[in-house]
Design a protein around this ligand. Sequence first.
Ligand code: PEP
Ligand code: MG
Length: 614
Amino acid sequence: MHRPEGDTVSEMAAPRRNEGVAQRSDEEYVLEGIGVSPGIAIGPVYLYARDAYEVEKRRLAEEEVAEELERFERAVARAERDLNKIILVTREKLGEHSADIFEAQLLMLRDEALYGAVRRFIEEKRCNADYAVKVVIDKYRRQLEAGGTEYLRERANDLLDVQERIIRHLRRGKLLSAIDPASIVVAENLTAADVVLFSRRGILGCALDYGGPTSHVSIMARALGVPAVVSMHSVTEHVRTGDLIILDGIRGRVIVNPSGETLEAYRTRQERYQRLLQEDKQLVPLPAETLDGHRVALLANLEFYEELPLLQEYGAEGIGLFRTEILFLVRGSVEISEDTQYEVYRKVVEAVRPGVTTFRVFDLGGDKLLPMAHREHNPFLGWRGIRVLLDRPELLRPQVRAILRAGAHGPVRILLPMVTALSEVRRFRAHLREAADSLRAEGHDLDGEVPVGIMIEVPSVAMQADLFAAEADFFSIGTNDLTQYVLAVDRGNDLVAGLYADLHPAVLMLVDRAVKAGHRQGIPVSLCGELATNPRAIPILVGLGLDELSASPVYLPGIKRIIRAMKRSEGVALARMAMNAASEEAIRENLDHWLDEHACGTAYFLDRAAPSGS
Ligand code: PEP
Ligand code: MG
């Protein structure tokens, strides 16, 4: 993610962002964060506190009873859907009888003694469903607990689960309907699912205390076009529901109590952004080609199935990076059967063809959950990516087989994360051959060879790129990790975020080395790190000769605008300048100048297009 201008080491090194800002003054003040989904929102706050719910009794008017019964019915139906899903996954992972507890809970949901009793309670006492569920189920729980046997106590526990599940669903509906669609949600944190629900209600944006550019919530907000600022540390302490704020997802800031003048300036900025966005979108049918005819392929980074329609909307030519681990981790585990994986991959491939889908095999470890409980002192230097998969073939095999099977429906590539040794590529290829042989023996019709590429994320691999190029079918440069390893700056650590210089000359030199090595071997070289979303980087990356750039779809039209405004030869000169620069600041200055001159008014680069700061 491109960082907003003005982030300095001293600002970023503060132990808690926005700590020194006066709390709840009536004056206008600015809270800083990281802009993770571009756009500008102006509106009232809805302060979302997920666990602040208590079951209270509410008396209903007679005409409200039918609606309340329906609300209860919807919550039970949702709870049923939850449990059915849990039963399926549990059976698959742990065997037929392991799901008995959940099946019992499923039966309880519709048990006349419960379901019927709650309905009668709502009708007779004319009270809200949440209260009825609490009272009725509490009564049965007490009876079971009083029975004294272990068995009955366990059933009482099951009832508690059922009660919480229904109330959670009732509460969700209630919270959702309480949110004014024209508000900006402010919360400590949200899940990806929350963002989906909120965006369906039409919220204007969201500001969070936690989260980073690559956290699920950020990725989802980007995918759904909801402007978002994360990592604000204390935004929830500064605002209350109903306060008017401005959220700037481009600069990564929230303005509390904006003055009339500021509001006016931001309304202009908002209109300008919308106009530029529309202009950018007009480029969707056009190729990403420089003025002197050099083509670069623009592909999409994808994590969620829901993002697929964005490929067409923003003109992606295929998927350059499918982070498969995220897709499955949001469902709770990567230990998913081959058939389930195949179904998902096949749908993706069918939606993307004739474009290619690049499936990166599970990249576990680092900051991503591991399938087995495992603690490390230095997880980013530990059991990560391909290392985990080669040690755990029971995870690798079903995934490789599922990808190969999906490959029968359209073009696919396989990408290996965190490669550090040639032997890893060779061992992976052996697994791939074995999987292909066994599938053919089972009668599957496989389409030719599936290209196997490696992520260039580790400096040693970039240094020895010639060796790796001889054994890989393509390279994909992961600058998010490469930068953290080259500069010794943890990509997720706020305290050193100001040192995370994505345009650092040393990083660019390694990109250059990898591109040249790839081209000497005749293999395509892609770049899929967030560097590709930094407008200042685009002319340099084109100059370095990257064949493909892969980024969240929403950024692709802006990237294209810059490519179409430049000559390849200018890029080559800028790349040379950048690699010889003494610091990242010098590169920034040069590129800002270049972008101003070439009038690259992309929507996402609004600040360059409107230097007045409006
Ligand atoms: C990268 O490291 O640049 C990359 C694309 O992989 P991830 O962000 O998933 O670690
Ligand atoms: Mg990476």
